[in-house]
Design a binder for this molecule. Structure first.
Ligand SMILES: [Fe+2]
Length: 520
């Protein structure tokens, strides 16, 4: 063995112990017109701090590097690295490339962009509900391959908190996607490990390395059906909810390519793409949300449902979802220029009722869905965790939006299915809502598998709800919206399966959205 080989051999064993590596890919996000967050994470056995270098270039071969620097990371931020990179004027609004180095390791190369201010078209892709154990992230791979997308928007349920054996983990063993750690996540270590597992997914890495993201959480980034002081899936024996929320948000801001606001809960933000598009990313969980209303509290000892009492509580003016500070942020952010306003948020804004589904079918659903019998019988909306549970706040939001502009589009996640609705304040049309399907979480057709054909259910749901114009209850997928000054093209894209990495994608439906025009 020559000297060099011996030296290399030594280096290799030292490498495996101490040399940091980039196993979680790279990501970018929270772009402004001048800056963009660049993210990565080093894996190391070291307990001390680690120096990480970053490079930003005009070309993917890094011949023309126009920005470089260094940052130290350590265990206090779980060895994640975030750079708020100020991009020189010449490269703003253009595709740029970035990578990280530490020790002998170089990360993957990512491409990203600050928000362009002079565009005549701009295309976003909207994602939600990416549950790792449910299936492969084919949806992310499909969108990553679409070079025409400028910006990814994740409206929440980026991770899920459950352990193996709980929600949507049936195929996890077979797919090699058992949740880590194998427990419901509650501590800071748990949340970090769960984020870390998600970011080892190659399809998730691929989408992050191919476009900047803006991100808002829904409930599962903390725990199911969270509201400002608690959650359905938080029990007393799991400690204080406020501590769990602090743990979840610390890990979230460490592991997501986004800027950390001064008050971590107040994650509402605004992004302007010149005078073409004005995105308002909203927060509907942790900053102000009142506890969800529970139908079962309105059933007396003799089993009678008190509908009047229920409606009175439901319509209580004090029930909040955004809170007054966020509503006034929205009010102030509406300009009477000609930009499209995109309200990116979590839960469905449009009201949604279920059609008549026979009790015998509901009997065969899991016990937590037995309440559907009651809402169908009483002709009530069926999801009180969505805006349907906060009618006074919905009115306040629509009043804040008002009629200053005719170019409003609302997007929502959470439901795992596709929806297109006209949003109205009384009879006044305020804009179109597009509900994006899930990346992997099971949708209605899985819930009703073998009981009702999905197409029959789709027809019946559209017939039941006069403002709902289209739904798809079968496909996992995503939504793209291409904004132009006079119109916006929305496209729902689906994948045919998530149980194999071999998949086909298809356009489920396209809509042309015109200012002030209802979808018919
Ligand atoms: Fe979800």
């Amino acid at each position: 063995m020559g000297l060099i080989a011996a030296f290399t051999g030594f280096r290799l064993s030292a490498n495996s112990l101490n040399n940091p590596s980039f196993l979680h890919g790279v990501a970018s996000g929270d772009p402004t017109d001048t800056n963009v967050i660049l993210w990565s994470r080093v894996t190391t056995n070291s307990q001390s701090n680690i120096k990480v270098l970053y490079e930003v270039a005009e070309d993917k071969n890094f011949v023309n590097i126009f920005l470089r620097g260094q940052k130290f990371t350590d265990k206090r931020s779980d060895f994640t690295v975030k750079i708020d990179a100020k991009i020189p004027k010449k490269y703003r609004g253009k595709k740029i490339f970035y990578r990280f180095r530490s020790g002998n390791s170089i990360s993957e190369t990512g491409s990203t962009m600050t928000l362009p201010q002079d565009r005549n078209s701009f295309k976003v892709a909207v994602f939600s509900c990416s549950n790792f154990p449910s299936g492969y992230f084919n949806v992310y791979r499909d969108a990553a391959n679409d070079q025409s997308i400028d910006l990814g928007i994740h409206v929440g349920d980026y991770i899920y908190e459950y352990k193996q054996g709980e929600y949507a983990t049936e195929d996890a063993v077979k797919l090699g996607r058992v949740p880590i750690p194998d427990k419901e996540i509650t501590t800071l270590i748990d949340y970090r490990l769960r984020h870390s597992q998600y970011k080892t997914d190659k399809d998730l890495q691929k989408i992050h390395s191919s476009m900047p993201f803006i991100c808002a959480w829904d409930d599962h980034e903390v725990t199911n059906d969270s509201w400002k002081d608690g959650a359905e899936n938080h029990q007393k024996n799991e400690g204080l909810f406020s501590e769990r929320r602090v743990n979840a948000l610390k890990a979230y801001y460490e592991w997501m390519p986004v800027r950390t606001p001064r008050n971590k809960k107040n994650n509402w933000k605004r992004y302007k793409i010149g005078t073409l598009l004005d995105i308002k990313l909203l927060e509907t969980r942790l900053s102000a949300r009142t506890k969800q209303i529970d139908l079962l509290n309105f059933i007396d000892e003799s089993g009678i449902f008190n509908k009047n009492k229920f409606l009175k509580s439901l319509n209580n003016e004090k029930r909040e979802l955004l809170g007054s500070r966020q509503i006034s942020f929205i009010e102030k952010s509406i300009e009477s220029n000609d930009a499209w306003n995109l309200y990116a948020q979590q839960v469905l804004l449009g009201s949604l009722k279920l059609p008549l589904i026979p009790n015998e079918i509901i009997d065969r659903l899991p016990s937590f869905q037995q309440y559907l019998k009651l809402v169908i019988r009483e002709d009530l909306p069926f999801n009180f965790d969505a805006w349907d549970g906060y009618p006074a706040e919905r009115k306040r939001l629509l009043k804040a939006i008002g009629s200053k502009t005719q170019k409003n589009i609302f997007v929502a996640g959470d439901t795992h299915n596709c929806w297109v609705s006209n949003i109205k304040d009384e009879d006044s049309f305020r804009g179109v809502e597009l509900g994006t399907p899930s990346v992997t979480s099971p949708g209605a057709s899985e819930n009703f598998a073998g009981l009702i054909p999905a197409t029959d259910l789709e027809k019946a749901v559209v017939n039941k709800n006069k403002n709902l114009k289209w739904t798809n209850l079968s496909n996992r997928g995503y939504l793209t919206i291409n904004f132009n000054p006079g119109f916006a093209d929305a496209e729902f894209k689906g994948v045919n399966n998530i149980a194999s990495k071999d998949y086909r994608s298809m356009i489920l439906k396209k809509f042309k959205i015109l200012p002030g025009k209802e979808i018919i």
